[in-house]
Design a protein around this ligand. Structure first.
Ligand SMILES: NC(=O)c1ccc[n+]([C@@H]2O[C@H](COP(=O)([O-])OP(=O)(O)OC[C@H]3O[C@@H](n4cnc5c(N)ncnc54)[C@H](O)[C@@H]3O)[C@@H](O)[C@H]2O)c1
Length: 387
């Protein structure tokens, strides 16, 4: 047991410590956004369950439909010097929430790309759930070791074809700063490696592993999360190396569907997450989006996703068979207003044209800081057990 006062220390958008009580409160606040429906007797496997969209999907499925499940994520325990990662604390609280709601949830802290993890998780599926109705794939990772050849692939955030520069938001001692960031051109090898990490290969391997053990229940469906976004972030995101990986993920859905699996991608809207805040330009973009139109929260989008996956609401698909949860973001009026605001953003007006204070706090909330009603002067238990 180690009680201590935890303060935000770090550089840029990365903090070294996370606040356990703040992270726990965030999980409860997310669950509080969910209106309960008649329980569905179904089971889910969520890969990437501790953070961002995977966490929101886990909490929404649990709180709205009483779904039972297993979450997989990759988090670090507390050490003598550092707290555990935020996802560790959020997972502990999600498990507590599941127990209070009387649902069966287990969380596996291991590398989703590894075959040993697939074996462990599938054993749990067989023992605890008897099979899976829904698999949500929401991993955002910087690298992947392919267990078949031991090779490590790195994901790159680079442009394809031509170099580019983008306006980007940074903070200096809490004050917003407008930067111009150069985006390099990815080599063919970097693009291929990014596809290996963030494309559809591992998602398909999970489905095959479940099929091989006969763990897909009748009516099974699976969704992997993807992003399209605005033309303002296009050169780095959708037309860049990460976009090539997303295109591969979307092709994987079509391939799985050809093989008889109900597989779709879900295009979610922009959100402030650990993964997205690392992408140049995204912070500025979401801060302007928030200022002009507000954001649909990950929980709101996840509720819409579950309503569609359980058949409570019709699927909202586009021409390419993708579920669209981002229509609020890509609306023409919203995009045109963001474009004007983006173009006018300068070093002197940055805090007025974009909701920079909100974004700054949102990044801190990813680590459990800036959460209302949490006493940050009080000692808090940092040695929280993995559930
Ligand atoms: N953030 C956005 O704006 C946005 C928008 C649309 C779609 N998406 C998509 O949503 C998905 C999730 O992104 P996010 O922004 O929620 O990311 P995130 O960083 O908040 O969460 C990533 C999750 O993946 C887990 N993870 C990472 N590496 C892992 C590994 N090796 N094994 C097991 N788990 C691992 C983490 O523990 C965490 O639970 C991605 O596919 C992303 O492209 C994000």
């Amino acid at each position: 047991m180690t009680q201590r006062v935890v303060k935000p220390v770090g550089r840029g958008f990365l903090f070294l410590d996370s606040h356990p009580a703040g992270c726990a409160r965030i999980v409860r606040n997310m669950a509080g956004q969910v209106e309960q429906r008649t329980p569905e007797r179904c089971t889910a496997l969520v890969i990437g369950s501790s953070s961002g969209y995977g966490l929101a999907t886990t909490i929404a499925g649990l709180a709205r439909y009483g779904i039972d499940g297993i979450g997989v994520c990759f988090e670090k325990a507390a050490t003598a010097r550092r707290t555990a990662t935020a996802g560790w604390y959020r997972t502990a609280e999600t498990a507590a929430l599941a127990a209070e709601l009387g649902r069966s949830w287990s969380f596996v802290n291991a590398d989703a790309f590894a075959d040993t993890t697939k074996d462990e998780v599938l054993d749990l599926v067989a023992e605890q759930l008897g099979g899976i109705d829904h698999l949500i794939y929401s991993v955002a990772a910087p690298r992947r070791v392919d267990p078949r050849n031991g090779e490590t692939y790195q994901s790159a955030l680079k442009a394809i074809g031509a170099a580019h520069t983008t306006k980007s938001l940074a903070f200096d001692d809490g004050a917003p700063v407008l930067q111009n960031i150069g985006i390099e051109v990815a080599t063919e090898d970097e693009i291929a490696q990014t596809v290996k990490v963030m494309g559809g290969e591992d998602w398909a391997r999970w489905i095959t592993a479940l099929q091989d053990r006969d763990l897909l229940k009748p009516g099974f469906n699976t969704v992997a999360l993807t992003y399209i976004g605005s033309e303002l972030t296009g050169p780095l995101y959708r037309q860049g190396s990460i976009g090539a990986a997303k295109a591969d993920l979307e092709q994987t859905a079509l391939k799985l569907a050809k093989d008889g699996v109900t597989a779709m991608t879900s295009v979610n809207g922009a959100a402030v997450t650990q993964a997205s805040s690392a992408i140049p330009g995204i912070g500025l973009y979401v801060s302007i989006l928030h200022k002009l139109a507000g954001l649909q929260t990950p929980v709101e989008q996840s509720i819409a996703l579950w309503d569609q996956l359980t058949g409570e609401a019709p699927l909202d698909l586009d021409d390419e068979g993708r579920i669209r949860l981002d229509r609020w973001e890509l609306n023409d009026d919203v995009q045109s207003a963001i474009r004007t605001q983006w173009q006018s953003a300068s070093a002197t007006n940055i805090a007025e044209v974009a909701d920079t204070a909100w974004f700054f706090s949102e990044v801190r909330r990813l680590y459990g800081f800036d959460v209302p009603d949490v006493d940050y002067e009080a000692e808090t238990e940092v040695d929280v057990e993995w559930p």
